[in-house]
Design a protein around this ligand. Structure first.
Ligand code: UPG
Length: 469
């Protein structure tokens, strides 16, 4: 029977894209395998991936996509979008089982590789006797944090948001309890419970595949591999196979922002972009605009509509913003020579790799971080949600490839801070030292994915382990 690998993903773009790249990587190692990507129904709307999926399916015939049927979510409101994702995955278990059975009629399934959100589905793989792996879309230090989470839970009684202390996790820098991933801050929230369950499932898997490379997070990789993060049982093998970087989308012609970048001096432009879900209030957009203008730096800024309910996280379709009414009076005119504002979405990978881009203000989503590293672009870290505050800590304190954006307690960042950090990144010694370090990491990343590099070797080990079955 033909060999197959099933990748089980959530529809969120930050997760799906790296899963697809993982599929391509497996194919580059063994082209006889067919890759089947299962996608759960979307728990909320965060932009469509339909055209992306159609393009991949057309370009890579060995990758096929299977959408699991829609499920009905309970009507109770959730305070974190992650909870909705977990609920959809829980309710999709019978559909997953059915889909696996159907594929196994014509294929021998080597592995089901699950997005970490899908941890609850490990039991379905075990029941069908298929090795279940996890794909961790964030970094190794964050994985260390997750694996150690049950231990922290045992040793504390308060919610992280009320604890006000540093937590010590093997392989990770000491993390202030309030910088823990946002869905875990409240011990009594459903999302906390789901994350705790997820963390307990990880050691039961056949292996963990992480989108990182050893040299970027050497301390965390070692602590996990030495079993320090799971004191109570064995840690499964860890495969650091990254960075997985989304392929550039060439089919839509050259977007305006790339043409604009062509006319800018080398490494002169700071790029501001905040992932697939990052939104700001009108007041915050005003501060960014003032700060950017005062910094005197060239900029390319992706602007979205503010969230309708004034939260920093939108779970709504992304309609194009009316820039004139959203940004300060005359801002677009005054900055016409130096800046470009793009509505809603920019081709980030292509932008970061453009020679004119010299800095990146990011929300610290892990894909964005890896894309910046791979392009050698230093960052200003401005976390918004999920594990991004922890990522800031890691990027600033441990890896030293970013400057921190400092916010007030309610998360607001002033124009003065924006101006200061952007200038510091683009125009000072501190910025230069971050830039040099980022370029070192870029070279290490390229080495890791080349012949004989650590990520290539890890992938071979994983794929070869399926041969001996
Ligand atoms: O205008 C845009 C905005 C985003 N992107 C791309 O969209 C992806 C965004 O991914 P990421 O940077 O990881 O951010 P999120 O979409 O916010 O990712 C979620 O998933 C990540 C992986 O688990 C976590 O690290 C984040 O905190 C979590 O929010 C990247 O590939 C970007 O290149 C664009 O191309 N253009």
């Amino acid at each position: 029977m033909d060999e197959a690998v099933v990748l089980y993903s959530t529809p969120a773009v930050g997760h799906l894209v790296s899963m697809v790249e993982l599929g391509k990587l497996i194919l580059s190692h063994r082209s006889s395998i067919s890759i089947h990507i299962f996608i759960t129904a979307a728990p909320y709307s965060a932009g469509s991936t339909a055209s992306y999926i159609a393009e991949v399916a057309a370009a890579v015939p060995s990758i096929s996509f299977h959408h699991l049927p829609t499920v009905t979510l309970p009507s109770t409101a959730a305070s974190h979008h992650e909870t909705l994702t977990f609920e959809v995955i829980r309710l999709s278990k019978p559909h997953l089982r059915q889909a696996l059975l159907s594929i196994s009629k014509s294929h021998s399934i080597n592995a089901v590789i699950m997005d970490f959100f899908c941890a609850d589905s490990l039991s379905v793989a075990s029941e069908l006797n298929i090795p279940g792996y996890f794909f961790f879309a964030s970094g190794a230090a964050c994985l260390a944090l997750l694996l150690y989470f049950p231990t922290i839970h045992e040793n504390t009684t308060k919610s992280f948001k009320d604890l006000n202390t540093f937590l010590h996790v093997p392989g990770a820098p000491p993390v202030l309890s309030s910088d823990m991933p946002s869905p875990t801050l409240d011990r009594y929230d459903k999302a906390y419970e789901y994350f705790l369950e997820l963390a307990t499932s990880f050691p039961k898997s056949a292996g963990i595949i992480a989108n990182t490379f050893e040299l970027l997070e050497a301390r965390a990789v070692k602590a996990i591999s030495d079993g320090l993060c799971v004191p109570t049982t064995n840690t499964p093998p860890l495969y650091c196979i990254g960075p997985l970087i989304a392929a550039k989308n060439e089919s839509d012609g050259v977007p305006e922002c790339l043409t604009w970048l062509d006319s800018q001096p080398s490494q002169s432009v700071v790029f501001l972009c905040f992932g697939s879900l990052g939104l700001f209030s009108k007041e915050q957009l005003t501060e960014i605009a003032i700060g950017l203008e005062r910094s005197g730096q060239r900029f390319l800024w992706v602007v979205r509509n503010p969230p309708s309910n004034n939260q920093s996280l939108a779970i709504s379709p992304l309609a194009d913003p009316d820039l004139e009414s959203l940004l300060p009076d005359g801002f677009l005119d005054r900055t016409r020579e130096k800046g470009l504002v793009v509505k809603s979405w920019a081709p980030q990978v292509a932008v970061l790799n453009h020679d004119s881009v010299g800095g990146f203000v990011t929300h610290c989503g892990w894909n964005s971080v890896l894309e910046a590293v791979y392009a050698g672009v230093p960052m200003v870290a401005w976390p918004l949600y999920a594990e991004q505050r922890f990522n800031r800590l890691l990027l600033v304190e441990e890896i030293k490839i970013a400057l921190p954006m400092k916010e007030s307690e309610d998360g607001f960042v002033t124009a003065v801070e924006v101006e200061k950090r952007v200038r510091e990144l683009m125009d000072t010694e501190a910025g230069n030292s971050i830039r040099e370090r980022t370029i070192t990491m870029k070279n290490e990343a390229k080495a890791a994915v080349s012949e004989g590099g650590s990520s290539r070797v890890a992938l071979s080990k994983l794929v070869e382990s399926w041969k001996s079955k």
